[in-house]
Write a new protein. Structure first.
Length: 257
């Protein structure tokens, strides 16, 4: 059993706080940016304008992540508290919402530059597990998105929540959606799937959705929603939708159907 009493604030300079969650976004984007530029990008046209694309990407992540959380997880609250929508520093981001934001911003950028958006989405898919890994570690430090009560030897007591022993579901996601998903994508990259735009994106959606759906069984559902149809969480329902989208993309982009 482990006692989690981490401070969510990584650094405090005067009255300015730097939180682990903010650092997870920063490190995830910077490392992914570096890997794409130095290793993954082979198309000179893409490489030339990839730095400009990062701006679109960041905007898509923030806007999509925020509105995804509002719409999927807490719509009633924000309808009655409109100005709280802009209080991002108080938390409330959705991975699936951020994913939608990335897709939309990528389509806009690719259309502007008359390119295939999957050239960029495949690159983002390769490095997204890195961001997920850091993000889930930050969730663990913040004692959020915690698991259901359990007596397994590796259980964790989140002192900021209660005194119950719980599954460290954030770490399950960090391992599955971060490390293992990254290794899976690297395997398919070595099989030259990156030369066929869309395949890597489809594989990412398929495996991320499977891992997320599985881990949600060990994660406490959102308090304001609870379990929904068929006793599934909102995260599981959305994951099934994205799993279907991933399968369709992979099928349509695979020349050897």
């Amino acid at each position: 059993m482990f006692i989690n009493n981490f401070d969510p604030v990584a650094l405090e300079i005067l009255s300015f706080e730097i939180r682990w969650y903010s650092l997870s976004y920063i490190f995830g984007i910077l490392i992914g940016w570096f890997l794409c530029k130095k290793i993954f990008i082979k198309d000179l046209k893409v490489d030339k304008i990839f730095d400009d694309y990062i701006t679109y990407l960041i905007i898509g992540i923030i806007i999509g992540g925020r509105f995804g959380y509002i719409i999927f997880y807490n719509l009633n609250y924000y309808i009655n508290n409109i100005f709280d929508i802009f209080k991002i520093w108080e938390g409330g981001m959705s991975f699936h919402g951020g994913l939608i934001g990335v897709i939309v911003s990528t389509i806009i950028f690719a259309k502007k530059n008359q390119q295939d958006p999957f050239l960029y989405l495949d690159l983002v898919s390769l490095v997204t597990p890195i961001g997920i890994f850091f993000g889930r570690l930050a969730n663990f430090i913040n004692s959020e998105l915690y698991g259901i009560p359990t007596e397994v030897p590796w259980s964790v007591i989140f002192t900021n929540v209660d005194n119950l022993s719980r599954h460290p579901s954030q770490l399950y996601e960090a391992i599955l959606e971060g490390i293992i998903l990254f290794l899976i994508l690297m395997y398919f990259k070595k099989k030259n799937f990156l030369t066929k735009p869309g395949l890597i994106s489809g594989i990412f959606l398929i495996f991320y959705s499977i891992f997320r759906f599985f881990v949600e069984f060990f994660r406490e559902p959102d308090e304001q929603l609870g379990y929904l149809m068929f006793k599934l969480s909102m995260g599981q329902i959305i994951s099934l939708i994205f799993l279907s989208i991933g399968i369709i993309i992979f099928y349509l982009k695979n020349e050897n159907k």
